[in-house]
Ligand binder design. Structure first.
Ligand code: F3S
Length: 409
């Protein structure tokens, strides 16, 4: 891989041992993917922050960077941690878990990383433009940046995103290159899917189906009505969770769709697979996961909830919830704003708790021994049973709110 003067100097240790380590990580990554060169990036987003996901190896590497005097040189945000920074006592966090988590965050801070502790940086001030090159590692954020914004990022590991933030560059490979952003799957969504879901929640189910059937694909999707960022956020998260999909195009909707359709029209290499999704697929997916009894906990905010989503929940809740709990996960920044708006208090009066800086998957939710957790998120539905060891069911938000107010299914 061809290196510029700064990268060469960094590799030779002329800018300190920490940056030399970052340069080695980036060079190894580039050589593994046969990248011809590196490219300047605008921002980084670093996952693997929670004690539950990061591990001791991460802590050791962070220490090496600190000893070597490394610092980030572009904005770099952190993904959620293992607990709410202000409400950790209510989350019954174990002491050792607490100490280790705080130490990890302190280390990131020493390296210049911004402890935003959110998986939705684009809702919290780190907003890329179309065409920006990035090194982001949280799968739902990667999908959103690539597909909804039209920025370019591979799904980096936490470590390569951190090293890239220090060097300000990433190897030019994968989804950074136009050629690799061409669709390789046609998806047609039938009209009238039924199932009683809102258009947004229908999309979450469709995301799970596409990811399960065609993992690692780049789908070109027709039949989706224009919709807003909240819908794309959960749609991409579901596809990324079940199928590791980092980019999709939606006809008439996402920023690269016309280019993507031209690529499909001009495709000459045999047949492109086609997936038709109808009401039977969606119904099957819903039936596999709906709860048979009243969930003891209902969770939303995977990916982290926006102000708009919380306003909607508050507006729809006409009375106090009963016979269950309802928790919303969001960023600290969004919660602060909602506190100023009086929204957090209003939700609390109705029995709803707002937690920030963490989420249902990377916190120690299993410690509460909930017998059944319901979520309206395709991604949480996929990960909660695996990482949280909790029985999990899918419930559309509208149904959650009705059941929570009635206190029964
Ligand atoms: Fe975010 Fe946690 Fe879901 S990091 S995307 S809320 S699993």
């Amino acid at each position: 891989m061809k290196l510029g003067q700064f990268e060469t100097e960094a590799l030779e240790g002329k800018h300190g041992e920490g940056l030399a380590l970052a340069a080695r990580i980036i060079v190894n990554l580039g050589e593994f993917f046969n990248a011809p060169r590196t490219i300047r990036i605008e921002s980084a987003h670093i996952s693997g922050v929670s004690v539950k996901t990061g591990g001791k190896a991460l802590e050791r590497v962070l220490e090496k960077f600190i000893k070597g005097g490394a610092r980030t040189r572009i904005p770099a945000f952190l993904n959620p941690a293992g607990f709410d920074m202000t409400r950790f006592r209510e989350m019954e966090v174990e002491e050792e878990f607490f100490e280790r988590q705080m130490a990890i965050i302190e280390k990131f801070k020493k390296l210049g990383v911004i402890p935003a502790l959110t998986c939705t940086p684009y809702q919290n001030g780190l907003i890329p433009k179309k065409g920006d090159m990035l090194a982001w590692s949280e799968s739902s954020a990667v999908s959103f940046a690539n597909s909804y914004i039209g920025a370019r990022t591979n799904r980096e590991g936490g470590l390569s995103a951190l090293a890239a933030a220090m060097l300000g560059r990433i190897p030019y490979y994968g989804l950074l290159v136009s050629e690799n952003r061409k669709p390789n799957l046609r998806v047609t969504i039938s009209k009238d899917l039924g199932g009683g879901l809102s258009p947004r929640e229908e999309l979450f189910m469709i995301g799970l189906i596409i990811g399960k059937k065609y993992a690692s694909s780049i789908p070109y999707i027709t039949g989706v009505a224009p919709t807003g960022p909240e819908s794309y956020k959960g749609f991409g998260a579901a596809m990324a969770a079940t199928g590791n999909i980092s980019l999709y195009h939606i006809e008439g909707n996402t920023p690269e769709w016309e280019w993507a359709r031209n690529c499909l029209d001009g495709f000459q290499g045999g047949n492109i697979p086609e997936l038709r999704i109808n009401s039977a697929h969606v119904e099957k997916m819903i039936n596999r996961s709906i709860p048979e009894k009243m969930p003891s906990l209902m969770v939303t905010g995977c990916p982290h909830s926006s102000v708009e989503e919380m306003v909607e929940i508050d507006r729809k809740l006409k009375k106090k919830i009963q016979n269950t709990r309802l928790w919303i996960f969001t960023s600290g920044q969004t919660r602060n704003l909602c506190e100023r708006m009086g929204l957090v208090d209003s939700l609390k009066e109705k029995g709803v708790e707002v937690f920030s800086d963490t989420c249902m998957v990377v916190s120690q939710l299993e410690k509460f021994n909930f017998d059944l957790v319901a979520t309206n998120s395709g991604k949480a539905l996929h990960y909660l049973p695996r990482m949280g060891n909790v029985a999990t069911a899918f419930m559309p938000m509208s149904r959650m709110l009705v059941c929570a107010q009635e206190g029964k299914l």
